[in-house]
Design a binder for this molecule. Sequence first.
Ligand SMILES: [Zn+2]
Length: 105
Amino acid sequence: MKVGTTARSGAVGSGSVAWTGPVRTCVGCRARAAASELLRVVAGDVSVIPDPQHRLAGRGAYIHLQVGCLDLALRRRAWTRALRVAGALDDSLLRDMLAASEDDE
Ligand SMILES: [Zn+2]
């Protein structure tokens, strides 16, 4: 039986397409995006902890740092599912971060 080369669906090798890295799904809007466009978060004891440097251990989830996605995640209890926690998590750290980033602009 002949297997052949591993299937690649991307346009690898064209030279003009930049490899942007792994793709993740936003837990808010469920859109797929490059991990670099999303904020990694991990579950803390009572809150969702932003992990922009990808340094924290544990199960992570990804979300757009946008109020719409935070609201969607909250409404759908996405944190509970994505981070495998029993109770609701406080997302105020993310909202603080969002507010700070908006001040920059
Ligand atoms: Zn999103």
